[in-house]
Design a binder for this molecule. Structure first.
Ligand SMILES: *[C@@H]1O[C@H](CO)[C@@H](O)[C@H](O)[C@H]1NC(C)=O
Ligand SMILES: *[C@@H]1O[C@H](CO)[C@@H](O)[C@H](O)[C@H]1NC(C)=O
Ligand SMILES: *[C@@H]1O[C@H](CO)[C@@H](O)[C@H](O)[C@H]1NC(C)=O
Ligand SMILES: *[C@@H]1O[C@H](CO)[C@@H](O)[C@H](O)[C@H]1NC(C)=O
Ligand SMILES: *[C@@H]1O[C@H](CO)[C@@H](O)[C@H](O)[C@H]1NC(C)=O
Ligand SMILES: *[C@@H]1O[C@H](CO)[C@@H](O)[C@H](O)[C@H]1NC(C)=O
Ligand SMILES: *[C@@H]1O[C@H](CO)[C@@H](O)[C@H](O)[C@H]1NC(C)=O
Ligand SMILES: *[C@@H]1O[C@H](CO)[C@@H](O)[C@H](O)[C@H]1NC(C)=O
Length: 386
């Protein structure tokens, strides 16, 4: 071990790969405070230069963090320990890392006891901002994140923890600087509404769960991005959205929505991107897209296209729309000219799989002067079907 450390040391501050006599060293990349020893079959935390600020030990076979492993590295700011086999972390091991802002422990075998004793409670007086805790199947208890409430934590990633969703009350409450949380792929059916009280979240990811309604979370006033794709949501009543006054991106793709209520976009007056692809939307209300903020709208892979026959004017009130994705069209002969009237800012119109159109000519799109027609061209040459 010692040999390759010396080699690391020698080559630090020049852009080089160390060439120690040790195989391991031959693969570590070290330069200007950056050390990357990923994928090296390491079983323990190696020694490295004491001025290292970024240390990557991803994808090794480390099972344990020992008490003194990080003793001599007070400069460390970014530490990647993901994809190892860690079961234990000594309770004092992370204490010396007073400048640590980013810690990735994902895809290890850490229990909530180890996390509580050796990570959460130790980071209570640290500079930690981002914690990546994916892929470990732990369940938080009501003390777990208490210590973090005193920190400047900004982002926590809990994705791929299949048993985490039964969250205790007030888990994140009063984390003043928390902006991003991910529960992607967490097997959630419901979500405790009392978890985010007194936070100012901007980004929340619930994608790839089993939610059947929009989580009734508190303090959503600052939320800008909400990801709810790949859930089982069937309906989104308009009044749900009144609390989301800053939302600019809403991803509801691959749910089970069967309709869009008028007040979805009307209540979201900052909404710019709405993704509704892959739902079961068949019917539309009278003014589903009445919005001056909406720029990007995805409606592909819905049976909705049928009802465009009866809703010629459905897009007319989305006057500033830049991109419109309609995907597959199986219906024939409705009035394209009318459907796209007023979309004078449209830049991308994506229509795929057009079948049996006989009435479309270049003139059909003449009131869309700046529009780039995507996909349709693959199936259709203006004036004559391919
Ligand atoms: C920790 O960070 C502070 C502020 O960025 C810096 O002044 C100090 O030198 C750092 N400590 C070490 C040991 O690098
Ligand atoms: C952090 O937690 C430890 C152990 O729980 C405790 O002894 C210490 O006082 C706490 N520090 C702060 C600043 O809260
Ligand atoms: C987490 O749980 C899932 C399903 O229960 C399982 O497939 C996976 O292997 C578990 N992961 C770990 C790291 O224990
Ligand atoms: C969480 O709070 C709700 C409402 O105050 C209460 O009914 C519930 O029992 C609490 N749950 C736990 C686990 O404390
Ligand atoms: C939220 O903040 C308010 C005002 O600071 C405070 O009175 C209330 O107790 C806080 N709620 C929780 C659950 O901490
Ligand atoms: C959170 O919401 C409650 C009730 O709606 C409100 O009293 C409180 O001021 C809000 N806190 C923040 C940080 O927005
Ligand atoms: C919505 O989520 C799906 C699935 O993760 C993704 O493919 C798509 O790009 C997202 N939509 C937007 C507008 O980002
Ligand atoms: C078309 O857009 C204009 C603004 O550019 C707007 O005043 C008018 O109401 C729109 N037409 C319809 C049918 O919404």
């Amino acid at each position: 071990m010692a040999l390759w450390c010396v080699a690391l040391w020698l080559f630090v501050s020049t852009v080089k790969v160390c060439h120690g006599s040790d195989d391991i060293c031959g693969m570590c990349v070290c330069r200007y405070g950056y050390v990357d020893c990923s994928n090296m079959d390491l079983q323990y935390v190696p020694s490295f230069p004491s001025d290292t600020t970024i240390l990557k030990l991803s994808r090794n076979r480390i099972m344990e963090i020992r008490e003194k492993d990080f003793d001599k590295y007070p400069s460390l700011q970014y530490l990647f320990l993901d994809n190892n086999r860690m079961r234990t972390i000594h309770k004092n091991a992370l204490l010396p890392l007073s400048n640590l802002t980013y810690l990735d422990l994902s895809w290890n075998d850490l229990s909530i006891q180890v996390l509580d004793n050796s990570v959460f409670s130790v980071l209570n007086s640290s500079k930690i901002e981002h914690l990546i805790l994916s892929g470990m199947n732990f369940t938080l208890n009501d003390q777990s994140l208490g210590g973090l409430k005193k920190t400047h934590i900004r982002g926590i990633d809990f994705s791929w923890n299949r048993e985490i969703c039964d969250l205790p009350n007030y888990t994140f409450s009063n984390m003043q600087e928390l902006r991003m949380v991910s529960f992607r792929y967490c097997n959630c059916y419901e979500f405790n509404p009392l978890t985010f009280i007194n936070t100012s979240l901007e980004f929340l990811d619930f994608g790839y769960n089993h939610l059947w309604k929009i989580p009734e979370i508190q303090n959503t006033t600052f939320l800008q991005i909400l990801r709810l794709e790949k859930n089982a949501i069937m309906d989104v009543p308009g009044e749900t959205w009144l609390k989301f006054s800053s939302l600019h991106t809403l991803n509801l793709s691959s749910n089970s929505l069967y309709t869009i209520h008028d007040d979805l976009v009307q209540n979201l007056d900052k909404l710019e991107t709405l993704d509704l692809r892959g739902n079961r939307i068949e019917t539309l209300s009278d003014h589903p897209f009445k919005s001056t903020s909406l720029r990007v709208l995805h409606l592909e892979d819905n049976p909705v296209t049928f009802s465009f026959i009866y809703h010629h004017e459905v897009f007319r009130e989305a006057v500033y729309l830049r991109e419109l994705y309609l995907g597959k069209f199986e219906t024939v002969d409705f009035m394209f000219e009318i459907l796209f009237t007023n979309l004078t800012y449209l830049e991308v119109l994506h229509i795929e799989n057009v079948q049996r159109f006989t009435a479309i000519t270049r003139e059909t799109f003449q009131n869309l002067p700046r529009t780039h027609l995507e996909a349709i061209a693959r199936y259709w040459t203006f004036g004559e079907p391919v």
